[in-house]
Each structure stands twice: as C-alpha cells, then as structure tokens.
Design a protein around this ligand. Structure first.
Ligand SMILES: Cc1ncc(COP(=O)(O)O)c(C=O)c1O
Length: 387
C-alpha cells in the first residue's frame, strides 16, 4: 500500500499547528478542518519535482493536461461531460463562491443555504452584507431530508436570489438523490434563483451511494455554477486551485469579467501541475486512501454501536466527515466543548458552527487521519462519557 500517514505537527499545517486560533490549545487530536494526514500521492510529488527541477515559478497558464485530465475524470467517475470552454479558474472554492455572491447579488439580497451547512457558505452571505436565509433540513434520527415545500416557501417568502449548496453534503455526509437534486433545482429555476453546486467532495461516495453532478440532471445552465477541485480528494487545498464550471455563455462572461476586475483570473503553476497529475495519474492512490478512510469509519461506527450506543453516528454516504450526535449526554455547546477539548483532548468541528444552537449537540469528526488517532479519540470518548 502506498498511502502513508504523515505526522504534520510542526509543518505549518493549519489543522495541527493552527488549531490554537479556534481551540485555544495546540495539543489536541486534530479532527476538525477537512484536510488529510497522508503523504502526497507519488504521481503528484513526481510531477511537482519534475517541474521545480527544471523550471522557475513565473507567471503561468494552465497546461492542457490540467483541463484534459479533469474532463476525463469527471466523465469517467461522475458521468458529467464538461466542455473545455466551460471551465473557469477559482483560487479555491470558498473564494469562488464568495465572488459569486458579490457578482450575482447586491447588499441586502437573500442568500440561502440548507442547514446544517458548511459554515463558510453562511459567512459568504453575512460578511458580504447579504441576508442569510437558512432552510433547516428535517432530521429523523441521524437521517436528514429536505422538505421541498418548506424549501420553496423559504425562497418565495424571502425573495432568495442565490442558493449555496454542497453536494455531497458537508457536514452530515449525505449524498443527495437525483430526485432531491432535481426537486431543488426545479424550484430554483421556477423562482429565478441562481445555484452554486459545490461538489468538492464528489469523489468520496460510499457503499451504495452515487454522487450525481447537479448539472447532469436537467437544463439548468442559466442558473447553475458547479465547483470542483482536486483539493479534497488529493489534499491539495493549500495550492488554492479549483475548477469553476459555467456552461452558460452569458453567466460565464460575467464571472470572467468579475475575475478580471479583481485580477484573479489564474492560479499558480504548482496548483495546475498538481491538479493535472492528480486527475491524470492519481486514481490508484485515491482508491487506497478511500479504503483507509472507510476502515476508520467502520471502526468508529462499530465501536460506538457496541460500547456506547447512545453516541449516534450518521451513515457515511459521502465526504470523509462523520456527523456525531452526543445529545444523549450533552445539550449545550459549552458542555460539548468542555467534554471534547478538556476531557478527551480532541479538536472537532462543533455542530453549532453549522447553523446555531439547534446543532450544539453534534460534532463533526474528520476521518482522514491515522487509525491510531481514530482509536485514541474513540477511547478518550468512551472513557470520559458521563455514566
Ligand atoms: C463543501 C466545501 N467546500 C469548499 C471547501 C474548501 O474549499 P477551498 O479550500 O477550495 O476553498 C470545503 C473544505 O472543507 C468544503 O467542505
């Protein structure tokens, strides 16, 4: 097996060395931000080394394989036939959806998310002086579904202009079905709501669940922007490179014009080279990483099911982020926080970050680390749970 765990403390890793800013400690098991603790895939290392050995790092444009390899990957693994011309650059997906907020809406306009929701999407509304509208999903145990009538009513009541969605869904690890996606898209089309489909986690689709690119489900070109990247699948987030897919000519022209004004039309050569190698030669490594993550998931799920069944885990359908309910033991964020950080020594993303107090009883565990950290975290939780 070529996937190797790598100790990242002391390497400038935000997950490990930057935890202080959120947790007030740098000595917790880092299971928060969605970043993996594995060595870079060999083909990516080789491609980067080959470039650096020979060439400087001047201003650059994407090599053709940057497009070709992504297009082939998207077609082969997700059945989405992306045209070369539709692809725009994004210096990270969070930056890109913030730009889309600025481009497609005005101050005071309503921007919607479904909650719980990846918190930078909420921030994209509030920090840009837009009105954040949250449509809560319905929860049955650990299963989340969206009430389409409520979704439509939220849109019409608030005159929503833009809907930011992650698919697969972060943080609950849900893979949207074709019916759910089509339902949301048809409502958005009917009400003239633009949609960002953030598909950064697309490659993490687990047993019995298949990620469906939103764009493949109907004629949504005039309202839809899809965002993809190699950054989650291959842990390249630090290179800030993403593929922003905009099939509609007019919408794409607006995006490019907006980028031009901000001078963010292109990225760095290392991001291009690494993404091209990832999508071109990285599948074997990726499949091995998937096996490691899946093993970690089964370990956590089964450990709690056997030894502390009141700790509830969501079924992992997509992403490598596990949504866990500690509500049988704790009610407030302070209680959850005290337990996780002070008693167990773990840094999780806290449920409340994803939509307020109603999610305070939940935590989100990042499974993309060594089995020994996963085991240590479970052990700490089991030993410290109140009787
Ligand atoms: C749904 C989602 N979108 C975007 C990102 C981050 O993307 P980027 O690093 O390209 O800004 C993450 C990272 O966790 C994510 O979970």
């Amino acid at each position: 097996m070529s996937v190797k765990y790598v100790e990242r403390k002391g390497t400038g890793s935000r997950k490990w060395d930057g935890m202080w800013s959120r947790f007030g400690s740098d000595d917790l098991i880092a299971m928060w931000i969605a970043d993996m603790d594995f060595e870079l895939a060999e083909p990516i290392k080789e491609a980067l080394k080959a470039h650096i050995d020979k060439y400087p790092l001047g201003y650059s444009i994407p090599p053709e394989e940057y497009y070709e390899n992504f297009i082939a990957w998207e077609k082969k693994y997700h059945g989405y036939e992306v045209k070369r011309d539709w692809i725009c650059f994004g210096c990270g997906i969070v930056a890109a959806f913030n730009m889309v907020v600025l481009m497609l809406t005005r101050p005071g306009d309503a921007v919607m998310t479904v909650t719980p929701c990846y918190y930078p999407m909420q921030d994209a509304a509030t920090t840009n002086d837009r009105k954040l509208v949250m449509c809560d999903m319905d929860r049955d145990g650990m299963t989340y579904t969206l009430d389409l009538e409520k979704f439509e009513k939220t849109i019409s009541d608030n005159d929503v202009k833009l809907f930011l969605m992650s698919s697969p869904h972060n943080p609950v690890g849900k893979i949207w079905t074709a019916d759910e996606l089509r339902g949301m898209m048809d409502v958005c089309k009917k009400h003239g709501v633009y949609v960002v489909s953030d598909e950064i986690h697309a490659d993490f689709e687990w047993e019995g669940h298949k990620h469906i690119p939103t764009a493949t489900l109907g004629d949504y070109d005039d309202i839809l922007i899809t965002m993809c990247a190699a950054s989650k699948s291959f842990n390249l987030a630090g290179l800030q490179n993403s593929y922003i897919i905009i099939p509609d000519d007019e919408l794409r022209a607006r995006y490019k014009d907006f980028q031009q004004r901000l001078h963010t039309t292109g990225g760095n050569i290392l991001g291009y080279v690494a993404s091209a190698a990832a999508f071109g030669q990285g599948r074997e490594w990726f499949d091995e990483v998937r096996d490691v993550i899946w093993g970690n998931y089964l370990y956590v799920r089964d450990t709690f099911a056997k030894r502390a069944p009141k700790v509830k885990t969501a079924e992992l359908e997509g992403t490598y982020l596990l949504w866990i309910d500690l509500g049988a033991y704790f009610k407030t964020q302070e209680e959850v926080r005290d337990f996780c950080e002070n008693k167990c020594g773990i840094a999780f993303d806290y449920g409340a970050w994803f939509g307020g107090d109603q999610y305070a009883r939940f935590v989100r565990m990042n499974l993309a680390t060594s089995r020994s950290y996963v085991e240590a975290a479970c052990k700490a939780i089991l030993e410290n749970l109140p009787l």
